[in-house]
Design a protein. Structure first.
Length: 305
């Protein structure tokens, strides 16, 4: 009798161990196309797994998928991308795929039209920190759909990450005067969301569309304007062209600084998003400080008596 009971217990233990082994081997493959979103996913997946970063060292506008990349996308349980406005080369592969989450089509995000083409969406939604807070919820929901077994851990991570991002937003709000102090130009139109969130003032943009070269007519116009002005800041974008910029700035009292909105030179992982946003904020603030710009409070209108 005793040996029969022992055999039943042993069989049950072997079955449980086999099930655990099989479950442990079932890894959920999650892919993010760009570094900022990969960073948010990495934070959510802490102690569960590590998402795959598809576009590691290139601007997504200039990216062409390899055959190996296409195979990764096909096998993944979840692929998170922005949309055809940013990763045009992936549009035919991902637009009708069932395992994808297209961020620009999610109705809970603040999505603005491009300034020079209101039929196109501005893809740089991650540069609004308040959008990033909502992204955490949306990414959490998508992770739970493909990996419900880890819902509890994803939920705990979501709470932690949202608290950190909310603190970053409060810090930027409190210090907004540092980036609202001076006048600036952009080579590429990547900062519309950041402008609206924290009163960052952009006078003009050189390139007709992010990733394109500015034409010489715009360069000549900028050169004329700058010669009639005091010190200003001009911001380029890491990974994108700044062709002919030296011609436009020649002889002017202009400080040039580089923003890193794609996170290219930051180490991929959970800390990248906050490091990148802090870098951009500090870069703008330091440039304005270096040209001696000071914030002027708006004049309040008197109430009619």
């Amino acid at each position: 009798m005793f040996w029969r009971k022992s055999l039943v217990i042993a069989t049950a233990l072997v079955g449980a161990l086999s099930t655990s082994t099989v479950y442990a081997a079932q890894k959920t493959d999650v892919i993010a196309t760009i570094k900022p979103i990969h960073s948010l996913l990495s934070s959510l997946m802490k102690d569960v797994g590590t998402p795959i970063l598809l576009i590691e060292d290139k601007v997504p506008l200039n990216y062409t998928p390899s055959e190996a990349d296409l195979q990764k996308l096909k096998k993944a349980d979840l692929v998170v991308w922005m949309g055809p406005e940013l990763e045009a080369s992936l549009s035919s592969t991902l637009s009708n795929s069932k395992n994808t989450f297209e961020m620009l089509s999610y109705s809970d995000f603040k999505v603005l039209p491009l300034r020079n083409d209101d039929t196109q969406r501005d893809p740089y939604i991650w540069l609004d920190v308040r959008n990033a807070e909502v992204m955490i919820d949306a990414l959490y929901e998508n992770l739970v759909k493909v990996d419900p077994a880890h819902e509890k851990q994803y939920g705990e991570n979501r709470t932690t990450v949202k608290r950190e991002i909310a603190a970053l937003d409060r810090q930027f709000e409190f210090g907004f005067r540092a980036i609202a102090a001076g006048q600036s130009w952009l080579y590429h139109d990547t900062q519309q969301y950041f402008e609206q969130s924290y009163a960052f003032k952009v006078r003009d943009i050189l390139a007709p569309k992010a990733g394109h070269e500015a034409d010489m007519a715009n360069m000549l116009t900028l050169r004329t304007k700058l010669n009639d002005m005091g010190p200003v800041c001009f911001f380029t974008e890491e990974g994108l062209t700044d062709k002919n910029l030296s011609f436009a700035l020649d002889g002017s009292d202009t400080k040039v600084a580089t923003l890193k909105s794609y996170g290219l030179s930051f180490k991929a992982g959970p800390n990248l998003y906050q490091e990148m946003m802090q870098y951009n904020f500090d870069t703008i603030a330091n440039c304005f400080k270096n040209i001696g710009a000071t914030y002027v409070e708006p004049t309040k209108r008197k109430k009619p008596e």
